[in-house]
Every structure is written in structure tokens, then in C-alpha cells.
Design a protein around this ligand. Structure first.
Ligand code: URA
Length: 422
């Protein structure tokens, strides 16, 4: 077997055989297939697609490239959630302790932000002392002690995906449904969760810009999970405007704690509860009441224990950026559009995100929103506050926001986009 013949098969629109797939994933993981060859293959897959059986075999080969975790010793059913990524998407933070408070074990392997979407680990690292890197034994211990753990995936889990995702990121080959589906599902299946809820985002701030693509991605991932014995369901949710009122690391932790304290923005609460119900249902805990667990403080208790078990101080002051700048409403009327992608790019430029994997992020940087689509606004009122430690970044953030906002004349009916689309 050689890489050139595998690339040629896909370049010419053919179907990769099981042998070709197993060989190329294994050889790439071992360094025998070079990055430039794998980039060519990834581009051929992006352009020519894959059949369902090819995606299933590709995913199985990525799982087989590393270890599989096993939570069967836990007395609770396991439930995990994965979001395809968006702006202001802090849902994992309140959701994991909430679902644990309702009786499931939540092993939440999460990632860092790259580009305009934030990463759960970057957000949590703004809590003084909190550690994302746990050994498998530590992860299992936190899970057994508190019911939930949010941490980085170890190097042994789907190593083929780790290499391939980094390569796709720099070769414009991220946006291929077979590659996204196999990347996400190989990690989730190798992680060993019994059930999985996928939050597939749709809109300007998401990978999938239209509902048809999002539906295809969701169906592909549900099929892969189900074939591997993981009870898998997907929600399609709106990402045309940011979730909640914050985008940025410490800013989003603060908002998540508000949700756990029984407050917080309505859309964050709605999505947290909807995903919690799906997770509990998939885990067979149909009688649990997540709204009660938010209201009675039991989700907050799990949060505090989970943060402390990973070295964090749940009572510590969160970092605040040194500089602020307020963006005002350009006209009076109804806020008709507040674009998620533009807000995500602006938050990233302020320092909340990174351009390269090795870049640091600013803990306090990001954007606070003071209005959401459908709200009445008056010309000159604050619409957003930009936060950064590096004020020389303000002009770049403001440039990203140039077309982010649309104000319609007063009295215009701005139809709210439903948060849950399917
Ligand atoms: N997240 C992943 O883990 N992989 C992808 O390909 C895209 C998003």
C-alpha cells in the first residue's frame, strides 16, 4: 500500500477500500504518511465526499489509533454532550454539573478555542488554580467523587485525530462533513460514554452556515454513535447571534455561575435545560428534573465541588481586563441583527481567542452585550462593552464589528429566531 494510490483513488472520485482506510490512518499516526500527503487526501475528501460506509470505517480506524476509556466501574449511567462550536457558547459549564446533580456521570472531554469560537478549557482556566490536564486516573476520581469532570483529552485518545485536526486547521480542510463527523465521533466513542447529545450549531457563528448542512452533519454523527452502541441524539440550534450576553473566557464563566445560581440570560438557561433533558433521557434518567436542580442549588454544589477537585477556587475573584471601550447603538429602533461571527472575531482580536495553537489567551478579554435582537434601542445607548488588556487591539475589534449590527425603524416586528431549530 502507498499513500499516492490512496490519494489518487479519492482524487478521482472513487471509494476508499477498508484496507486503504485502515492503512492510511495507521501509517499517518506512525509518521509514515507525510503531512503533505494527508493534506492532499483531506482536500480530496473535502471536494469529493465519502460514502456512509467509508465514514464509518474512517471513524473506526481513528478510534483504533489510540486507547479507549472505560467508565463501566461507575455506579451511574454516563452522559456526555458535544457542541460543534459557537460564539458565547458556555453551555458545558452549567450543563455538566446540572446533569450530574440529576444522577448521571458526565465525563466531559473538551477543547480549546481556535479562531472565532471559544473553547471550554480556556474559559475554565480563567478560574485561579483550575487544571485542565488530568491523568486518566484523576479524571475517573473526579468523576466518581463529584459526578462531573471537564478536562482535556489525553494524548492517548484518538491520536490520529489530534494530528489530522491540526493539519486540517492549516490547510482549509476543516469544513468537510465526513471529516468533522469522524473527528468528533472518534473522540466521543473512544472516551467511552454510554450516551451522547450533540448540539449542532447553525448560522454565521457556526461551522455549518445553513440548516441542510447542519442536518446532514447531525445525521452522520448520530449514525456513527448509534453504530458503535452509544445512544446518540442531536439538536440543531441557532448560532446566528451570540448565546447569552458574553463572549470571552472569564466573562463567560461569570455568566455560567449566574445560571447555576438560578439567574442568567434566558437563552442560556433555555438551552442548558433542553440539553440536560436530552442527556438525562438518553441516560435513562427520565424522572430527573433539571429545572429543580438549578433552582434548589444542587447543580451549584456539584459545580463548586468539581472546580475544587480540579484545583480551582470556586470563590476566587475572576480576572478582569484592564481596558474597556463602549460601542453605542447607531440609531434608535429595534435591534434586528447582532451577528455572531462578527462578535466572535472581535472577541478573538481583543485577545479572548488564539490564532495559533500555541498562543496564550487573555483571561479577561471579550465582549459584553447590552442588547439582543428584538430589543428596543435608543441611538447612543451602549450596545456592547469591549474588554482587553491590549487596547491597541480596539481598532481591529471595531473593524470586525463594522457590519455586525442592524437597527430597524421603531415598530418593526423582528421575528425572533427560535433557539432550537430541530
Ligand atoms: N471539532 C472537532 O473536534 N473536530 C472537527 O473536525 C471540528 C470540530
Amino acid at each position: 500500500m502507498d499513500a499516492i494510490s490512496v490519494i489518487r483513488t479519492k482524487r478521482d472520485g472513487g471509494r476508499l477500500s477498508d484496507r486503504q482506510i485502515d492503512w492510511v490512518i495507521d501509517a499517518y499516526t506512525r509518521g509514515e504518511v507525510a503531512d503533505e500527503q494527508m493534506s492532499a487526501l483531506a482536500m480530496a475528501i473535502l471536494l469529493n465526499g465519502m460514502e456512509r460506509e467509508e465514514i464509518a470505517r474512517w471513524t473506526a480506524a481513528m478510534i483504533a489509533s489510540g486507547e479507549r476509556m472505560d467508565f463501566s466501574s461507575l455506579p451511574r449511567p454516563t452522559a456526555d454532550k458535544h457542541s460543534t462550536g459557537g460564539v458565547g457558547d458556555k453551555i458545558t459549564l452549567p450543563l455538566a454539573p446540572l446533569v450530574a446533580a440529576c444522577g448521571a456521570a458526565v465525563p466531559q472531554l473538551s477543547g480549546r478555542g481556535l479562531g472565532h469560537t471559544g473553547g471550554t478549557l480556556d474559559k475554565l482556566e480563567s478560574i485561579p488554580g483550575w487544571r485542565a490536564l488530568l491523568s486518566n486516573e484523576e479524571m475517573l476520581q473526579v468523576l466518581a467523587d463529584t459526578g462531573a469532570v471537564i478536562c482535556a483529552a489525553g494524548d492517548g485518545l484518538a491520536p490520529a485525530d489530534k494530528k489530522l485536526y491540526a493539519l486540517r486547521d492549516v490547510t482549509a480542510t476543516v469544513e468537510a462533513i465526513p471529516l468533522i463527523a469522524s473527528s468528533i465521533m472518534s473522540k466521543k466513542i473512544a472516551e467511552g460514554t454510554g450516551s451522547l447529545v450533540l448540539d449542532v450549531k447553525v448560522g454565521s457563528g457556526a461551522f455549518m452556515k445553513n440548516i441542510e448542512d447542519a442536518r446532514e452533519l447531525a445525521a452522520t454523527m448520530v449514525g456513527l454513535g448509534t453504530d458503535h452502541g452509544v445512544r446518540t441524539v442531536a439538536l440543531l440550534t441557532d448560532m446566528s447571534t451570540p448565546l447569552g450576553l458574553t463572549a470571552g473566557n472569564a466573562l463567560e464563566v461569570r455568566e455560567s455561575v449566574e445560571v447555576l445560581a438560578g439567574g442568567g440570560p434566558a437563552d442560556v438557561v433555555e438551552l442548558t435545560l433542553a440539553l440536560a433533558r436530552e442527556m438525562l433521557d438518553a441516560a435513562g434518567l427520565r424522572d430527573a428534573d433539571p429545572a429543580k436542580a438549578l433552582a434548589d442549588g444542587s447543580a451549584m454544589d456539584v459545580w463548586r465541588r468539581m472546580i475544587a477537585a480540579q484545583g480551582g477556587d470556586p470563590d476566587a475573584e475572576l480576572p478582569v481586563a484592564r481596558e474597556r471601550e463602549v460601542v453605542t447603538a447607531p440609531a434608535s429602533g429595534v435591534l434586528a441583527r447582532l451577528d455572531a461571527y462578527a462578535v466572535g472575531v472581535a472577541a478573538w482580536r481583543l485577545g479572548a481567542g488564539r490564532a495559533r495553537k500555541e498562543d496564550p489567551v487573555q483571561e479577561g478579554a471579550g465582549i459584553e452585550l447590552h442588547a439582543k435582537p428584538g430589543d428596543t434601542v435608543v441611538a447612543g445607548q451602549p450596545l456592547m462593552t469591549l474588554h482587553t488588556d491590549t487596547p491597541e487591539k480596539f481598532p481591529y475589534a471595531l473593524a470586525a464589528l463594522a457590519d455586525a449590527v442592524e437597527v430597524a425603524p421603531a415598530g418593526t416586528l423582528v421575528e425572533p429566531v427560535p433557539l432550537i431549530l430541530g
